[in-house]
Ligand binder design. Structure first.
Ligand code: ATP
Length: 340
């Protein structure tokens, strides 16, 4: 079987519910051994896509779901997938009993299941908790158990529905790193649904941007996250400052991150003239807010508002008075090829 046809995919996938189309995906494929992040805002259809791909949907689904290049049936899919949801659902019993439950469900003896699961328990750092009552775990520990249970069955397809969303930043970073290490070299096609760019970067080689039930961009994660193509994907990727062509004199609308958008406070602190990578626009200072690690400055231009983020605490004496005419310097702006 060719590398391209392994894994999970779909053709002409459409999902309807409540008299409307929730999702329309002409084609998508995640090869064995690769991870795709599906990044989208709330309500974009991420969970709808995941459930449809796993043949777990209760909505009206049309189109083809492919498993290793062949049309998937429910029983083939049941054997192939493991899923981890936002809220871990654990059974009564110990951590080990929970981790082996997926293998037991597939008919393996308790002894064999323990032998098979133990390397995963160790790899995910659960050995010290192995005999703990699963109901006494923190949410982070419980999600770790839930992920280990999914990995232990050696799934050909792993579906992750925002599994890190309730975790504090350290717990999340540790679990992301452990999961990435655990998946490396495994013949598993993984799909991570998330609204967090950092999670996509940490876990996925490829990223698809899903908005209003449509995939707007799809490609290598670093490239997709840094090159929005339209205003919606720009907002999703943190390029929240939109600069229409009439404001900059360029041929396309540009988009920039607030951290790359700053007031020209002192003309000597870097270029204040327009170059290929630096735009300078003018506007009126509306508001300044000290955020501790940064100072936010809101500016109104002739085409709309801009948010500037200056690192650290900028002294009030350094800032022009509210209502002043100001210049704003924008670096690393991206051209939105689909916005004009
Ligand atoms: N039974 C239903 N009838 C009508 N609309 C529905 C139904 N179920 C879900 N939807 C709508 O489908 C859209 C996609 O929902 P989905 O849960 O897939 O989004 P999501 O991207 O996973 O969002 P979130 O990040 O908030 O979990 C939403 O607008 C939701 O309101």
């Amino acid at each position: 079987m060719s590398g391209l046809s392994t894994g999970i995919g779909c053709r002409d996938l459409r999902v309807h519910a409540g008299g409307r189309e929730l999702l329309s995906v002409p084609e998508l494929h995640v090869a064995s051994g690769r991870t795709l992040a599906v990044l989208g805002p709330n309500g974009a259809g991420k969970s709808t896509l995941l459930r449809a791909l796993g043949l777990l949907s209760s909505h009206r689904v049309t189109g083809q779901i492919l498993l290793d290049g062949c049309p998937a049936t429910r029983s083939l899919m049941r054997d192939a997938i493991a899923a981890v949801l936002q809220r871990p659902i654990l059974r009564r019993g110990t951590v080990t009993a929970n981790v082996i439950s997926g293998l037991r469900f597939r008919g393996m003896s308790r002894r064999e299941a323990r032998i098979r699961a133990w390397p995963w328990i160790e790899a995910l750092g659960l050995a010290p908790l192995a005999d703990r009552d699963a109901r006494s775990l923190s949410i982070g520990e419980a999600q770790r158990v839930s992920i280990t249970r999914a990995l232990a069955v050696g799934p050909r397809v792993l579906l992750l529905d925002e599994p890190f969303s309730g975790l504090d930043s350290t717990t999340r970073a540790d679990l992301l790193a452990d999961l990435r290490a655990a998946l490396t070299g495994q013949p598993t096609a993984t799909i991570l649904v998330t609204h967090d760019r950092q999670e996509a970067l940490a876990l996925a080689e490829d990223t698809a941007l899903l908005i209003d039930g449509r995939i707007r961009q799809h490609g290598p994660t670093a490239e997709v996250l840094d090159h929005p193509s339209d205003a919606d994907t720009a907002r999703l990727l943190g390029f929240t400052n939109l600069l229409p062509a009439v404001l900059t004199g360029r041929t396309h609308t540009l988009a920039a991150r607030p951290e790359h958008t700053q007031l020209v406070l002192d003309p000597s602190d870097g270029p204040a003239d327009q170059t290929d990578d630096v735009q300078v626009v003018t506007g009126t200072l509306r508001r300044t807010v000290a955020l501790g690690i940064a100072t936010r400055v809101d500016v109104d231009t002739s085409t709309g508002p801009l948010t500037c983020l200056h690192p650290g605490d900028v002294l009030a004496t350094e800032l022009p008075p509210i209502g002043s005419h100001v210049r704003v310097r924008i670096r690393h702006a991206r051209s939105l090829i689909n916005a004009d």
